[in-house]
Write a protein that binds this ligand. Structure first.
Ligand SMILES: [Zn+2]
Length: 201
């Protein structure tokens, strides 16, 4: 089993101050979280930087990702280190991810820039049911959405500052390999946790 923070912004997102080097050092030093998805806004430059820095460390896994600002709300793609072609509509992002063998996750559906109930009109791989920056009520609504859609729920800190990292995480029944991690999320072999406390759905 591996514990992963699936939603992190580096300073390659214009609203984050997290330096890739510090992120890698913190992940390496963390007592139990050993995987991190880099999900900068509309760019994969941060992922490439983090991946290059992480190559010098053992026992940590960096998951390629991106948070795309679609016209209807944010979407996270995990498993591909490419920016999808514009226009960024929900349908186009899903098609791009499917072709790349990547996952599409609905982050913070009931917060600003969230997809909201429009998420019901599409087929996603998972819903972010625990977002480190969302209020409990918004997370609870996201959890209900995942249940209704019958898809897995995952967690990510959505950190934009160092102190926000690792606030919540996803426990994934997988090895440290990227393919294993993506497949396990797809199959729902996940549960979400906050501050070391498992939350069962
Ligand atoms: Zn985000």
């Amino acid at each position: 089993m591996i514990k992963a923070d699936l939603h992190i912004h580096t300073l390659f997102s214009n609203d984050s101050s997290i330096h890739p080097k510090t992120l890698v050092e913190q992940l390496y030093a963390h007592p139990y979280i050993k995987a991190a998805a880099i999900t900068d806004h509309n760019t994969v430059k941060g992922f490439h930087k983090v991946r290059d820095l992480a190559a010098a460390y053992s026992d940590i896994t960096i998951i390629p990702g991106i948070e795309v600002t679609t016209v209807d709300g944010d979407l996270i793609i995990l498993g591909v280190a490419e920016v999808p072609p514009e226009p960024w509509t929900v349908g186009n992002v899903i098609d791009f991810a499917r072709d790349a063998g990547a996952l599409v996750i609905v982050p913070h559906p009931y917060r600003e820039y969230g997809l909201g109930d429009a998420a019901r009109n599409y087929r996603f791989d998972a819903v972010e049911v625990l977002n480190g920056g969302s209020a409990n009520q918004a997370n609870a609504m996201a959890e209900n959405l995942a249940r209704e859609l019958g898809i897995p729920g995952v967690a990510g800190s959505d950190a934009h500052k160092l102190e926000e990292l690792w606030s919540v995480y996803t426990e994934i029944q997988a090895s440290a390999s990227l393919d294993d991690i993506l497949e396990a999320i797809r199959k729902g072999l996940v549960r979400v946790a906050r501050f070391g406390k498992s939350i069962y759905f």
